[in-house]
Design a protein around this ligand. Structure first.
Ligand code: ADP
Ligand code: MG
Length: 497
């Protein structure tokens, strides 16, 4: 979209009177005109310049992603990217049978799911799930409080089992536990939390085995279930998508946070010692949220990072994922209100409230196709307390678009980086045939502009021919079923099918 001319304040004065709320906007606009306050156009122009993702910038990001992956595979601590070995070396075959549970803790919500698997013929016979939101209190509470809450949610859900779900007698219910925070995996069913991300600050979990934390909480409740696979959500998504499609090689999550994993050859993992899988392949969890090389960042990103609970960390995540896009836009709008004449003279109290403007709000504003940007106006007013005229609304939409475009395009460049790395090690096996990237997460799912920008970047980087072979596929809630499938393939009753 174009940058509105410097004179729009005066022009929009008339627009706001005819479309909006004259009694409120009239004195504010008049004040702005009289005071000769500064136009916000330069703020927008600078933002667009700092966020620009030209092809050379994207190429650099893709190359740096590939290089960081190699460094992380060479040695622990060798790179920003942890390149965590998942201990998942066999992907679902379709033969899995029986009743399995999955539990997903990953951000704003925690989900429980059960699935009855019927093998090659019947596949997924039935699934049921429930979702519970994680309160702010729990995110800042103790480890026991959080895991007790999860175990009790799981217990309530398990009590409602019936219908098509059936557990052979004498067996314990088995769980695939999707835990989407950085974990040092110790085996398929244990792993130590490295650190909380995505705004979680639970005390007493870092350095502990999260499976043990859950087991202890289940014991406290007298709930007889066991975790047979601990999986990252990206790994669950890859497994879930692979169950239906053999060409799936990469999985990416774009939700509250972001991460990616892919199928790696064992001979390309120098740091792997001992554990050699029969398949010759292992899923590697990149933890790419920590990537930071060559990203186009702005003063708003730096200030948001400095104010965050993990300054200097998760920079890629802070630039492209759902938790942060709204907050970056809020910071830009705050600057425009403080220094420009866009929204009148005073700064609404709400606008100073970190994280009050959320990514779904940006998304709703960008879908507004009304002539006077009615929805944009009402969201600005109800969420951040800003009264806006038409030109202000247009500028806000441009700000959203700038931040979302940068996010989507950088996510696309990251994906190309992973594919490039895989292709370098296995000429033709990635770009020379159909390769599927399974995508999941609320941001990718719900934000059409973001999705389009991501796909555009992939196509620009790979060129039209090669990009025809790269299929980016939405695998909705695949991680839940995927985790249950991994619980099945790692079941302690595995040999009793
Ligand atoms: P999580 O990452 O917490 O496991 P999800 O994958 O469901 O959860 O993603 C939730 C995130 O997706 C939200 O934090 C938000 O940033 C983003 N999101 C949800 N709904 C929308 C929407 N309508 N438009 C844009 N982003 C959305
Ligand atoms: Mg999730």
């Amino acid at each position: 979209m174009s940058v509105p001319a410097m004179s729009t304040t005066v022009g929009s004065f008339h627009l706001s009177r005819s479309h909006g709320t004259p009694s409120r906007s009239f004195p504010r606009v008049r004040m702005a005109v009289r005071s000769g306050a500064v136009s916000v156009a330069p703020i927008l122009t600078n933002l667009q310049k700092d966020c620009a993702t030209s092809l050379p910038v994207l190429s650099h990001v893709a190359d740096a992603m590939a290089a960081d992956m190699r460094a992380g595979l060479a040695a622990d601590g060798g790179s920003n990217l942890k390149m965590i070995l998942s201990y998942v070396d066999s992907l679902p075959s379709g033969n899995e049978k029986g009743l399995f549970y999955a539990l997903d803790l990953g951000g704003t919500n925690f989900r429980v799911l059960r699935v009855q698997l019927g093998g090659k013929e019947e596949r997924v016979i039935a699934t049921e799930f429930e979702q519970v939101s994680i309160s702010q209190e729990l995110m800042f509470g103790t480890s026991e409080q959080l895991f007790d809450f999860i175990a009790s949610g799981l217990a309530k859900f398990a009590q409602k089992e019936g219908g098509k779900f059936h557990l052979p007698s004498g067996r314990m219910r088995e769980i695939g536990f999707t835990f989407s925070f950085p974990v040092k995996q110790l085996s398929i069913d244990s792993g130590m939390l490295i650190k909380w991300t995505k705004g979680f600050a639970v005390s007493g979990t870092a350095g502990k085995d999260v499976v043990a934390c859950l087991n202890e909480a289940m014991e406290r409740l007298g709930l007889e279930m066991r975790v047979s696979a601990l999986v990252n959500d990206t790994v669950g998504t890859l497994a879930g998508a692979r169950y239906w499609d053999d060409d799936v090689m990469v999985a990416v999550i774009l939700g509250t946070g972001t991460n990616a994993c892919y199928v790696e050859r064992n001979d390309a993992i120098p740091k792997q010692t001992g554990h050699a899988s029969a398949s010759g392949r292992t899923i590697v969890n990149t933890e790419w949220g920590a990537f930071s090389n060559g990203l186009p960042l702005t003063v708003y990103d730096r200030e948001m990072d400095a104010a965050s609970i993990n300054p200097g960390e998760q920079i890629f995540e802070k630039t492209i994922s759902g938790m942060y896009l709204g907050e970056i836009v809020r910071r830009v709008l705050l600057k425009m209100t403080e220094e420009g004449d866009l929204f009148g003279k005073s700064v609404p109290v709400k606008l100073s409230n970190p994280f009050i403007l959320r990514t779904p709000d940006l998304c709703a504003m960008q879908q507004d196709s009304s002539a006077d940007l009615q929805t944009v106006g009402s969201i600005l007013y109800s969420v951040v307390g800003l009264e806006s005229n038409f030109s202000a609304r247009r500028i806000v939409v441009d700000v959203c678009d700038t931040i979302v475009k940068r996010g989507g395009r950088l996510a696309g460049a990251g994906i190309v980086g992973i594919l490039q790395k895989m292709e370098e090690d296995s000429r033709g096996l990635i770009f020379g045939k159909r390769t599927v990237v399974a995508m999941d997460g609320g941001l990718y799912e719900n934000y059409p502009q973001y999705r389009r920008y991501l796909q555009d970047a992939v196509t620009e980087l790979l060129g039209t021919e090669i990009s025809k072979n790269v299929v980016i596929e939405h695998s909705k809630d695949g991680s839940g079923i995927g985790a249950a499938l991994l619980a099945a393939s790692n079941s302690k009753y595995e040999h009793e099918f």
